[in-house]
Ligand binder design. Structure first.
Ligand code: ATP
Length: 396
């Protein structure tokens, strides 16, 4: 864990929040590589669960909602953890909206799900989805965690990728099973091995107040086996509660049967930050290469923050540097997340790219000037082959 945290900081994945003020417990800032990694993970998730499916749509709701919504959902009453004294402490972060006496206390959302439920009717009325269908959202969530710890694992500000998948009441078990498999499929896609993820059937007394069945997907983190994602059957708890509290009818009208009812919901909930930590733990590798120990991150190409690096063999040979810039610029048009590096010797440049998980390095040498081929070096094996400049895009 120490090695991962130190590499993250040294190479620009994540820094302690407000670092120059000594940090602020539970808050983290993602650096240049961290933000690329995070974006890749979110884009992959969005593509897999929203864009590639016909039964899903997206949403980007406000972080702060009318506080009545959090009363209805049971969070004002029940979203609490026990303090050392045994007293319950509500972990929603409070904020004051509006000026002076007119101000209202509201909350920074503790989960993105709330915004989905309050928009259920808007989505039904505007895009007319048919059951079963899901609404997906990615965004920040906040919890006033009593004891933030373990790097980005337990933070006070974090990001979630959540789906509320609405079904007919009789269909919940089938949907639950489908999403159970989808959670594993997502891990496969980003490169978290199935052998490190374990399902835990959560006992009734440990489930959230809204859930009738929950599976936690636990990951073998360096500090122990802990929750990575959750999958919950929330029944019709939320829509029913919002319908009662708002007085707005949130029933679904089934065209085929003319039945009116409140849909039930299956909720897969993914934490972005825990995904990043699980991924870093999965890909962090130390080995021996050319008689030296080295550290590298074995990211797959889809999530790697930098897809390739281009080097001139020698910094002081203008022809090589010029050609390297030319190759770099033409590749960058199609693959924006690549780097140019002419600092230090080639061995050092390889080590730097290994440490941030760049899958391939491309070196422009004297042969390149003769025949338009380059040295292509593979991160995991260290093997080098000649490749034509024209073939580089498909390799990357
Ligand atoms: P835990 O038991 O570890 O506190 P939880 O059961 O309260 O987690 P959920 O309410 O199920 O978590 O939240 C859904 C997901 O959001 C979690 O699986 C996790 O990935 C993420 N998450 C929750 N709390 C945090 C946090 N404090 N920091 C980072 N990610 C979080």
């Amino acid at each position: 864990m120490e090695k991962i945290v130190s590499l993250s900081r040294r190479r620009g994945f994540a820094y302690p929040g407000s670092d120059i003020y000594g940090g602020f417990s539970g808050f983290w800032d993602y650096g240049p590589l961290g933000v690329e990694l995070k974006n890749n993970i979110k884009q992959l998730w969005w593509r897999m669960f929203v864009q590639e499916r016909d039964d899903m749509c997206g949403l980007d709701a406000a972080i702060i909602m009318n506080p009545r919504a959090w009363e209805a959902s049971g969070h004002v009453e029940g979203f609490a953890d026990p303090l050392a004294s045994g007293k319950m402490f509500n972990t929603m972060l409070r904020t004051a909206v509006g000026a002076g006496e007119e101000s209202t206390t509201s909350y920074l959302r503790p989960e993105t799900a709330g915004g989905i439920f309050v928009n259920f009717k808007n989505i039904i009325d505007s895009v007319h989805p048919k059951l079963p269908f899901g609404i997906a959202q990615i965004g920040k969530a906040f919890r006033n965690e009593i004891a933030p710890r373990d790097f980005v694992f337990r933070a006070r500000e974090f990001e979630q990728m959540e789906i509320e998948y609405f079904v007919r009441p009789s269909e919940w078990e089938q949907a639950f099973e489908e999403w159970r498999e989808n959670v594993h499929a997502f891990n496969d896609a980003i490169g978290i091995p199935r052998s490190s993820v374990h399902e835990l059937e959560v006992a009734p007394e440990d489930r959230a107040h809204y859930s009738k069945r929950t599976i936690d997907f636990e990951f073998d983190f360096p500090f122990g086996r802990k929750e990575l994602y959750g999958l919950a059957y929330r029944t019709d708890f939320d829509l029913k509660a919002h319908m009662e509290s708002s007085g707005v009818n949130l029933e679904y009208l089934d065209d085929s049967t003319s039945d009116k009812f409140i849909p039930h919901v299956i909720e897969p909930s993914f934490g972005v930050d825990r995904t990043i930590l699980a991924l870093l733990s999965s890909v962090y590798t130390e080995d021996e290469l050319g008689g030296e120990t080295r550290t590298y991150l074995k990211f797959n190409k889809r999530v790697a923050p930098i897809k390739a690096a281009v080097f001139p063999l020698l910094k002081n040979k203008p022809q090589l540097v010029e050609k390297a810039h030319e190759v770099y610029s033409s590749l960058k048009l199609l693959v924006p997340s690549i780097q140019f590096d002419d600092n230090g010797n080639i061995g050092k440049r390889y080590r730097r790219q290994d440490e941030i998980g760049t899958p391939v390095c491309i070196t422009i040498d004297f042969d390149t000037l003769e025949n338009d081929t380059v040295t292509l070096r593979d991160r995991d094996t260290g093997e080098q082959v000649r490749e034509s400049i024209a073939g580089l895009i498909s390799v990357i």
